[in-house]
Every structure is written in C-alpha cells, then in structure tokens.
Design a protein around this ligand. Structure first.
Ligand code: NAD
Length: 233
C-alpha cells in the first residue's frame, strides 16, 4: 500500500484526488490549512488521515512530515486564485502567491525526497494550470507561479530520475471548483463555449490524470499533461 500526501486536500481537486487514491487502495494523508473539519470528515470517509500545515511555511511543513511515514507519492496541489491588474499587485500578494505555489511545492518535495531516494522509487505530481503555459491577463502572479512549477517539474525530473523517481505536472483547464466561484455566469458560459468538449472540467477529471501520472514504475517523467477539454489545443 502506497503512502500518498496531497496538499490542499480538504476540497476541490485535492479532495477528489484523495477519494480516488483511497478507492484504489492507497493510504492517503490529506493536508489542510484552514478547513480542519472538512479535511477530517473526508479523511474519516475514505480511511485517510488529515494533517495540518500551511505549505508556505517551511517549519510547519517539516512538522507535518515528521508525523508521517515515508511518502511514496506527493501531490503538490495547494493553491489559490488571485485576480487584479499587474500594476496594482502588492508586495504581499505577489510573495504569498509564490510562497504557497512554488515554495510550498519546494518544501514538501524536499521533505519527502530522502525517503523516495532511499527506496529508489516514488512519484511527485505538481498541479500547475493552463495559465502557467499560456499566461492569463489579470492573473500574472498566478501564471508566473504556475509556470515556475512546470520549470521545477522538468528540472527535478532530470535530477531524481536516476533514483527511480518520476516528477510530472498536470495543467488543468477551467475546473468547476470553489476557486472559480467568483466567476460570473457570463464568463463561465463563454469559457464553456470556447471549450471543444462543451463543459467545464470536474475535480474527478483532474484526479484521474494525477492518478495516471503517479503510477508506479512509469516511464513518464518531466511531462506536463493538460486536461482542458480542448480549450488550449
Ligand atoms: P480549491 O480552492 O477548492 O482548493 C485549493 C485548496 O488548497 C484548498 O483546500 C485550500 O485550502 C488549499 N490551500 C490554499 N493555500 C494553502 C496553503 N498555504 N497550505 C495548504 N493548503 C492550502 O481549488 P481547486 O480548483 O481544487 O485548486 C486545486 C489546485 O488546482 C490549485 O493549485 C489550483 O491552482 C489548481 N488549478 C485549478 C483550476 C480550476 O479551474 N479550478 C485550474 C487549474 C489549476
């Protein structure tokens, strides 16, 4: 049974991913920052364990990892949206985006790698975004951080490949989660119209892609898989 750590797993893509791995027989650790009750409820439902840490804080990440057994699959999923004009972005907003998205993935990956290297197997899946590939207006910090995750994926894949560890990335299109709850109906309708498959993605669509990339003994590494309904072909 593999030990899986999913960051930001209390809801949305992280929660669907936790359910899928648990259904497939893996042992799931669900990281949360703010939604303790929700994470603990889901953990009870799927036979997993909820674990606290703000992934942007290296001390908290180290404390969290100390409580866990060796992690075989890490999914760096924690993230948040941030909209606004570039010239009105504050230092705080900019740093928080990079801290959660990039430093969070760095702290968690660095923390789980010694075990993976020792056992000569493991998988890391980073959750980027189509905006990390194409860039999105009024989401420059988000796009920058998500592009950084793609860079981290490719470079780390090369570094740890000789230890039997894969590092891949999903870059989802528009997914129906709380993250998009602030988008108005008109914007959502337009996004659906621009999507050849004619619908928003579901958290389960992304969970399946993550599960595929986390398969043991896979020959796939350093790749970016973009489940996006064809919006970005
Ligand atoms: P969501 O808001 O439902 O989930 C994000 C989760 O991350 C939440 O549980 C939140 O509490 C957690 N989180 C945020 N900051 C954290 C921190 N510092 N430490 C620990 N946990 C933290 O949204 P979602 O759509 O499920 O997003 C999951 C991932 O998918 C994010 O990285 C997001 O950028 C990415 N993504 C989402 C979409 C989309 O359209 N929804 C598209 C592409 C990529």
């Amino acid at each position: 049974m593999r030990n899986i750590l999913i960051t930001g797993a209390s809801r949305g893509i992280g929660a669907a991913t936790a359910r899928l791995f648990a259904e497939k027989g893996d042992n799931v650790y669900l990281n949360y920052r703010t939604e303790k009750q929700r994470a603990e409820q889901l953990a009870r439902e799927i036979g997993g364990v909820a674990v606290y840490a703000d992934v942007a804080d290296s001390v908290q990440v180290a404390e969290m990892l100390k409580q866990l057994p060796g992690i075989d699959v890490l999914i760096n999923n924690a993230g948040f949206a941030q909209f606004g004009f570039f010239d009105s972005l504050s230092d705080t907003d900019w740093h928080r985006m990079l801290d959660v998205t990039l430093s969070g993935a760095f702290y968690c990956s660095r923390g789980v790698l010694p075990h993976m290297i020792h056992q000569k197997s493991g998988a890391i899946v980073n959750v980027s975004s189509i905006w990390g590939i194409t860039g999105a207006a009024c989401e420059v910090a988000y796009s920058t951080a998500k592009a950084g995750l793609i860079g981290m994926t490719r470079a780390l894949a090369k570094e740890v490949g000789p230890s039997g560890i894969t590092v891949n990335c999903v870059a989802p299109g528009v997914i129906d989660t709380d993250m998009n709850a602030t988008l108005d109906k008109e914007t959502l309708t337009q996004l659906i119209e621009e999507t050849p498959l004619g619908r928003l993605g579901t958290p389960e669509d992304i969970a399946k892609a993550i599960f595929y990339l986390a398969e043991q003994d896979s020959f796939i590494t350093g790749q970016v898989l973009s489940p996006n309904g064809g919006i970005m072909i």
